[in-house]
Design a protein around this ligand. Sequence first.
Ligand SMILES: Nc1ncnc2c1ncn2[C@@H]1O[C@H](COP(=O)(O)OP(=O)(O)OP(=O)(O)O)[C@@H](O)[C@H]1O
Length: 264
Amino acid sequence: MPDSADLVINAAKVVVRRGRNTLLDAVDWQVELDERWVVLGPNGAGKTTLLNLAAGRMHPTGGTMRVLDERLGRVDLAELRPRIGVTTAALAESIPADEKVLNVVVTAAWAVVGRWREQYDAVDEERARELLDRFGIGHLADRDYGTLSEGERKRTQIARALMTDPELLLLDEPAAGLDLGGRERLVATLGELAMDPDAPALVLVTHHVEEIPPGFTHAMLLGEGAVVASGLIDTVLTAENLTKTFGLPLTLTRDGDRYGARAA
Ligand SMILES: Nc1ncnc2c1ncn2[C@@H]1O[C@H](COP(=O)(O)OP(=O)(O)OP(=O)(O)O)[C@@H](O)[C@H]1O
């Protein structure tokens, strides 16, 4: 068991309730800095709820949730949030269509969406350009965000999430809405990030095993708010566990470092 200070996420018996619904039920989860996690489960399993907790965007109803060694409920979330990079569909929708791509990224340094300050540090701009280059969209820096393709938008969102040099990066369904080529390019890019020893701890939420990038080390399978299996990806990702999680008989194939699943 690692020292608790080394844990990026430390959830103990975490419960989230809304009215009569139990969204998460006694979830235990420990994530270390060098780990790359995929959280997999069907619609309504509680994946986004878990991600929102990890992002410091909500408190658990029960149990304890520590993120970056701060206990949710006892820490000023405004101080915690810049240490965590997040991409979600909801955040993406709040980006104005007429915002320049460079500004979408650079404004993350101030934890705001939308450019409200006329001047920013040259060093921020340089970092934002480097991130855009890293994700293969440096040439789009001066374009309006609204003119980008879905794949280019996803890359912009990830560059933005990395702008503050976070210790934890949370990606909610980053490949949703991409065509096959876009998905494969994004999966390859995320695979490179996963292999980078200087990258933050990664947590990627998805419905599809095909979207798991190479280099991901751990998996949590979530079904109806409860953990079905959690741990090293090779142990957790089995046809039997997927069958339990998605509630229908499934077969799982592995081709090198990529996965495929279909009804048995
Ligand atoms: N405020 C709320 N009040 C009641 N129920 C809620 C609330 N928010 C979410 N839920 C329910 O909790 C369950 C888990 O939601 P969540 O968004 O975490 O699932 P998910 O695994 O991310 O699903 P999807 O894959 O469809 O995005 C769903 O059944 C949802 O309807």
